[in-house]
Design a protein around this ligand. Sequence first.
Ligand SMILES: Cc1cc2nc3c(=O)[nH]c(=O)nc-3n(C[C@H](O)[C@H](O)[C@H](O)COP(=O)(O)O)c2cc1C
Length: 216
Amino acid sequence: MKVVHVCANPKPIEESASKQLAAAFFETLTEKNPEVEIDNIDLYNEPPPFLSAQALRALYYPSVDPGYQPTEEERRACEYAVQQASRIRDGDVLVFTTPMWNFSLPGIVKAWIDQVFSPGILFQFEGITVKPLHSIGRAFLLAASGGVYKEDDPRDALTRQLRALLEFVGIPELSVAWADGQNPAIYGDSDQRRELALEAARELAEELAETLAART
Ligand SMILES: Cc1cc2nc3c(=O)[nH]c(=O)nc-3n(C[C@H](O)[C@H](O)[C@H](O)COP(=O)(O)O)c2cc1C
Protein backbone atom coordinates (compact mmCIF):
# COMPACT_ATOMS: atom_id res chain seq x y z
CA MET A 1 0.00 0.00 0.00
CA LYS A 2 1.37 3.37 -0.94
CA VAL A 3 0.49 6.75 0.53
CA VAL A 4 1.39 9.79 -1.55
CA HIS A 5 2.06 12.82 0.63
CA VAL A 6 1.85 16.24 -1.00
CA CYS A 7 3.31 18.83 1.36
CA ALA A 8 2.97 22.55 0.63
CA ASN A 9 4.57 24.54 3.39
CA PRO A 10 7.90 26.40 3.19
CA LYS A 11 8.24 26.64 6.99
CA PRO A 12 10.35 24.36 9.17
CA ILE A 13 8.34 21.93 11.26
CA GLU A 14 8.92 23.81 14.57
CA GLU A 15 7.07 26.79 13.10
CA SER A 16 4.36 24.91 11.22
CA ALA A 17 1.25 23.46 12.82
CA SER A 18 0.26 21.61 9.64
CA LYS A 19 3.69 19.95 9.36
CA GLN A 20 3.37 18.89 13.00
CA LEU A 21 0.02 17.29 12.14
CA ALA A 22 1.74 15.47 9.26
CA ALA A 23 4.51 14.23 11.57
CA ALA A 24 1.91 12.89 14.06
CA PHE A 25 -0.13 11.31 11.24
CA PHE A 26 2.80 9.51 9.58
CA GLU A 27 4.43 8.49 12.86
CA THR A 28 1.18 6.79 13.94
CA LEU A 29 0.55 5.30 10.50
CA THR A 30 4.00 3.72 10.17
CA GLU A 31 3.98 2.53 13.79
CA LYS A 32 0.61 0.79 13.28
CA ASN A 33 1.39 -0.43 9.78
CA PRO A 34 5.15 -0.64 9.09
CA GLU A 35 4.46 -2.07 5.62
CA VAL A 36 3.04 1.20 4.35
CA GLU A 37 5.16 2.90 1.71
CA ILE A 38 5.23 6.70 1.64
CA ASP A 39 6.04 8.81 -1.40
CA ASN A 40 6.80 12.37 -0.22
CA ILE A 41 6.22 15.18 -2.67
CA ASP A 42 7.47 18.40 -1.06
CA LEU A 43 6.23 21.07 -3.44
CA TYR A 44 8.83 23.56 -2.23
CA ASN A 45 11.58 21.10 -3.22
CA GLU A 46 9.99 20.11 -6.51
CA PRO A 47 7.92 23.17 -7.48
CA PRO A 48 5.43 23.00 -10.35
CA PRO A 49 5.83 25.34 -13.29
CA PHE A 50 2.72 27.34 -14.18
CA LEU A 51 0.68 25.80 -16.99
CA SER A 52 1.94 27.03 -20.35
CA ALA A 53 0.13 27.09 -23.70
CA GLN A 54 2.36 24.18 -24.82
CA ALA A 55 1.51 22.06 -21.76
CA LEU A 56 -2.18 22.85 -22.13
CA ARG A 57 -2.13 21.64 -25.74
CA ALA A 58 -0.27 18.45 -24.87
CA LEU A 59 -2.62 17.66 -21.97
CA TYR A 60 -5.98 18.69 -23.38
CA TYR A 61 -5.89 18.32 -27.17
CA PRO A 62 -5.76 14.49 -27.19
CA SER A 63 -9.16 14.29 -25.44
CA VAL A 64 -10.81 16.19 -28.32
CA ASP A 65 -8.55 14.86 -31.08
CA PRO A 66 -7.38 11.28 -30.30
CA GLY A 67 -4.85 11.43 -33.14
CA TYR A 68 -3.17 14.54 -31.76
CA GLN A 69 0.60 14.17 -31.40
CA PRO A 70 2.33 16.73 -29.18
CA THR A 71 5.41 18.47 -30.52
CA GLU A 72 8.70 17.89 -28.69
CA GLU A 73 8.32 21.30 -27.02
CA GLU A 74 4.76 20.46 -25.89
CA ARG A 75 5.89 17.06 -24.59
CA ARG A 76 8.63 18.70 -22.53
CA ALA A 77 6.23 21.34 -21.20
CA CYS A 78 3.99 18.70 -19.61
CA GLU A 79 6.81 16.47 -18.31
CA TYR A 80 6.38 17.66 -14.72
CA ALA A 81 2.62 16.95 -14.81
CA VAL A 82 3.11 13.53 -16.39
CA GLN A 83 5.71 12.47 -13.80
CA GLN A 84 3.70 13.74 -10.84
CA ALA A 85 0.49 12.10 -12.09
CA SER A 86 2.33 8.82 -12.50
CA ARG A 87 3.31 8.99 -8.80
CA ILE A 88 -0.33 9.58 -7.88
CA ARG A 89 -1.41 6.64 -10.07
CA ASP A 90 1.03 4.43 -8.12
CA GLY A 91 -0.66 5.39 -4.84
CA ASP A 92 -3.64 4.13 -2.89
CA VAL A 93 -4.08 7.09 -0.54
CA LEU A 94 -3.41 10.82 -1.00
CA VAL A 95 -2.48 13.15 1.87
CA PHE A 96 -2.22 16.95 1.61
CA THR A 97 -0.37 18.97 4.23
CA THR A 98 -1.02 22.67 3.81
CA PRO A 99 -1.73 25.92 5.61
CA MET A 100 -4.78 28.05 4.86
CA TRP A 101 -3.57 31.09 2.94
CA ASN A 102 -6.10 33.73 2.03
CA PHE A 103 -8.98 31.36 2.87
CA SER A 104 -7.72 28.82 0.36
CA LEU A 105 -4.87 26.57 -0.76
CA PRO A 106 -1.42 28.16 -1.21
CA GLY A 107 -0.85 29.04 -4.87
CA ILE A 108 1.83 26.35 -5.23
CA VAL A 109 -0.76 23.60 -4.58
CA LYS A 110 -3.19 25.17 -7.03
CA ALA A 111 -0.44 25.34 -9.68
CA TRP A 112 0.29 21.65 -9.03
CA ILE A 113 -3.38 20.64 -9.19
CA ASP A 114 -4.00 22.70 -12.35
CA GLN A 115 -1.66 20.44 -14.29
CA VAL A 116 -1.62 17.12 -12.43
CA PHE A 117 -5.43 16.84 -12.35
CA SER A 118 -5.53 16.72 -16.14
CA PRO A 119 -7.22 14.45 -18.68
CA GLY A 120 -5.16 11.58 -20.02
CA ILE A 121 -2.89 11.45 -16.96
CA LEU A 122 -5.23 11.30 -13.93
CA PHE A 123 -8.68 10.83 -15.46
CA GLN A 124 -10.31 10.65 -18.82
CA PHE A 125 -13.45 12.21 -20.18
CA GLU A 126 -16.11 9.74 -21.30
CA GLY A 127 -18.84 11.91 -22.82
CA ILE A 128 -19.80 14.17 -19.96
CA THR A 129 -18.49 11.83 -17.27
CA VAL A 130 -15.04 11.58 -15.80
CA LYS A 131 -13.37 8.17 -15.50
CA PRO A 132 -10.49 7.98 -12.98
CA LEU A 133 -7.18 6.61 -14.25
CA HIS A 134 -5.89 6.22 -10.68
CA SER A 135 -6.83 4.02 -7.74
CA ILE A 136 -6.71 6.53 -4.90
CA GLY A 137 -9.56 5.49 -2.62
CA ARG A 138 -9.15 8.02 0.17
CA ALA A 139 -7.68 11.43 0.77
CA PHE A 140 -6.66 13.34 3.88
CA LEU A 141 -6.06 17.01 4.54
CA LEU A 142 -3.77 18.08 7.38
CA ALA A 143 -4.29 21.81 7.64
CA ALA A 144 -3.72 24.81 9.87
CA SER A 145 -5.22 28.29 9.97
CA GLY A 146 -4.84 31.43 12.02
CA GLY A 147 -8.61 31.85 12.35
CA VAL A 148 -11.45 29.64 13.48
CA TYR A 149 -14.05 28.52 10.96
CA LYS A 150 -17.34 26.89 11.81
CA GLU A 151 -18.44 23.93 9.70
CA ASP A 152 -19.53 25.06 6.23
CA ASP A 153 -18.21 28.56 6.86
CA PRO A 154 -18.63 30.33 3.48
CA ARG A 155 -15.15 31.89 3.84
CA ASP A 156 -13.51 28.45 3.90
CA ALA A 157 -12.36 27.90 0.33
CA LEU A 158 -9.65 25.46 1.50
CA THR A 159 -11.65 22.34 2.38
CA ARG A 160 -14.47 23.18 -0.04
CA GLN A 161 -12.20 23.61 -3.03
CA LEU A 162 -10.08 20.55 -2.28
CA ARG A 163 -13.18 18.39 -1.70
CA ALA A 164 -14.70 19.55 -5.00
CA LEU A 165 -11.45 18.94 -6.92
CA LEU A 166 -10.98 15.48 -5.46
CA GLU A 167 -14.61 14.53 -6.13
CA PHE A 168 -14.18 15.68 -9.72
CA VAL A 169 -11.29 13.25 -10.29
CA GLY A 170 -13.12 10.39 -8.54
CA ILE A 171 -11.81 10.61 -4.96
CA PRO A 172 -15.00 10.89 -2.92
CA GLU A 173 -13.68 10.75 0.63
CA LEU A 174 -11.68 13.56 2.24
CA SER A 175 -10.93 13.34 5.97
CA VAL A 176 -9.63 16.46 7.67
CA ALA A 177 -7.49 17.22 10.72
CA TRP A 178 -7.38 20.98 11.10
CA ALA A 179 -5.44 23.01 13.65
CA ASP A 180 -7.50 26.20 13.58
CA GLY A 181 -7.11 29.29 15.76
CA GLN A 182 -3.31 29.21 15.39
CA ASN A 183 -2.99 32.97 15.77
CA PRO A 184 -2.11 33.22 19.49
CA ALA A 185 -2.61 37.00 19.46
CA ILE A 186 -6.32 36.38 18.88
CA TYR A 187 -6.90 32.93 20.35
CA GLY A 188 -5.62 32.30 23.86
CA ASP A 189 -6.28 28.57 23.37
CA SER A 190 -4.24 28.06 20.19
CA ASP A 191 -2.01 25.43 21.89
CA GLN A 192 -5.03 23.41 23.02
CA ARG A 193 -6.52 23.70 19.54
CA ARG A 194 -3.28 22.34 18.05
CA GLU A 195 -3.26 19.47 20.59
CA LEU A 196 -6.82 18.53 19.61
CA ALA A 197 -5.89 18.57 15.92
CA LEU A 198 -2.79 16.44 16.61
CA GLU A 199 -5.03 13.92 18.37
CA ALA A 200 -7.43 13.97 15.41
CA ALA A 201 -4.50 13.37 13.01
CA ARG A 202 -3.33 10.37 15.08
CA GLU A 203 -6.88 8.95 15.16
CA LEU A 204 -7.24 9.30 11.40
CA ALA A 205 -3.88 7.53 10.92
CA GLU A 206 -4.91 4.68 13.24
CA GLU A 207 -8.16 4.23 11.39
CA LEU A 208 -6.34 4.29 8.02
CA ALA A 209 -3.77 1.73 9.26
CA GLU A 210 -6.62 -0.59 10.29
CA THR A 211 -8.38 -0.18 6.93
CA LEU A 212 -5.17 -0.88 5.02
CA ALA A 213 -4.33 -3.91 7.20
CA ALA A 214 -7.82 -5.35 6.60
CA ARG A 215 -7.25 -5.13 2.83
CA THR A 216 -3.99 -7.11 2.81
C1 LIG B 1 0.07 34.44 3.25
C2 LIG B 1 -0.76 34.05 4.44
C3 LIG B 1 -2.15 34.09 4.33
C4 LIG B 1 -2.93 33.68 5.40
N1 LIG B 1 -4.29 33.68 5.26
C5 LIG B 1 -5.08 33.22 6.27
C6 LIG B 1 -6.49 33.16 6.11
O1 LIG B 1 -7.06 33.51 5.10
N2 LIG B 1 -7.22 32.68 7.15
C7 LIG B 1 -6.63 32.25 8.30
O2 LIG B 1 -7.36 31.80 9.19
N3 LIG B 1 -5.30 32.29 8.48
C8 LIG B 1 -4.50 32.75 7.49
N4 LIG B 1 -3.14 32.78 7.64
C9 LIG B 1 -2.54 32.25 8.88
C10 LIG B 1 -2.08 30.79 8.71
O3 LIG B 1 -3.12 29.99 8.20
C11 LIG B 1 -1.60 30.25 10.06
O4 LIG B 1 -0.42 30.94 10.41
C12 LIG B 1 -1.36 28.75 10.05
O5 LIG B 1 -0.86 28.35 11.32
C13 LIG B 1 -0.38 28.38 8.96
O6 LIG B 1 -0.12 26.98 8.97
P1 LIG B 1 1.30 26.45 9.41
O7 LIG B 1 1.42 26.77 10.89
O8 LIG B 1 1.29 25.00 9.15
O9 LIG B 1 2.31 27.18 8.60
C14 LIG B 1 -2.32 33.22 6.61
C15 LIG B 1 -0.92 33.22 6.71
C16 LIG B 1 -0.14 33.62 5.64
C17 LIG B 1 1.36 33.58 5.76
